[in-house]
Design a protein around this ligand. Structure first.
Ligand code: ATP
Length: 219
């Protein structure tokens, strides 16, 4: 069965989620208060509906509670974002992801039961900054305020060494959970695995430990 999702708010962020979900062959109901925005997505989304999602009866009449996962991508109007989330929670939507504008907004969203709160601009900023300070860090995914998963390119300094030689876990407190080697992915690589030049190491650990590893082992 196809997964069915709802995206509320068809700005750049919500719009890009709709496009991607459709590309991934999911069913998407796209909702916006603006008829022009809805018109834009009429040919793209599975269904596109003009509605004010702060109106509980409008949301109920769309059968919103039957959908698997709802994304609230209303940005600037924080009040509408909070009220919409509250109604979704009340009608019993299983999973709700909300875009937050700032930390206060996030705090309220978490209090009222949003399952996932995202800050696309802040998170993207962090990823880009991490790529900027280190040429070896290719990508960065924040797990919490302190922990992350990063992709680090293996350079000449570590190519030819095995994981035992490097003793990364004991020395730096980080773990290599997988290695991308051209089209191959080695999940949970063995200690005797020899790192090759340009392997991409998927490393998990605290931000401090990851940066120490990157600074000391690769330079
Ligand atoms: P982005 O950065 O993703 O472009 P944004 O943060 O600037 O978006 P807005 O443009 O403020 O966010 O809101 C996104 C969309 O949410 C808009 O298309 C807006 O019409 C829609 N929206 C705002 N309030 C409501 C509401 N009460 N019900 C449904 N949609 C709404």
């Amino acid at each position: 069965m196809k997964k069915e999702f709802v995206v509320i708010g068809l700005g750049r962020f919500g719009g890009s989620i709709v496009n991607e979900l459709i590309a991934l062959k999911a069913d998407v109901m796209a909702i916006d208060i603006s008829p022009e925005r809805v018109e834009e997505f009429a040919q793209i989304a599975t269904t596109a509906v003009a509605a004010d999602t702060t109106d509980e009866s409008a949301l109920r009449s769309l059968g919103i509670r039957n959908f698997e996962h709802v994304v609230v991508a209303i940005g600037e109007n924080i009040q509408a974002s909070i009220l919409t989330t509250l109604i979704l929670k009340e009608v019993g939507v299983k999973k709700i992801t909300v875009k937050a504008q700032n930390d206060y907004h996030e705090k309220v969203l978490r209090k009222i039961g949003a399952d996932q709160v995202v800050h696309p601009e802040r998170d993207m900023g962090k990823r880009i900054a991490n790529n900027m300070v280190s040429n070896n860090i290719l990508d960065y995914l924040e797990l919490s305020d302190e922990y992350s998963i990063v992709e680090i390119r293996a350079n000449e300094k570590i190519a030819g060494s095995t994981l035992i030689d490097l003793d990364i876990r004991a020395k730096y407190g980080v773990n290599i959970v997988a290695i991308k080697r051209q089209t191959q992915i080695l999940v949970s690589p063995q200690a005797i695995e020899e790192i090759e030049l340009n392997d991409i190491l998927i490393v998990i650990g605290s931000d401090v430990d990851i940066h120490t590893f990157e600074r000391k082992a690769l330079h």
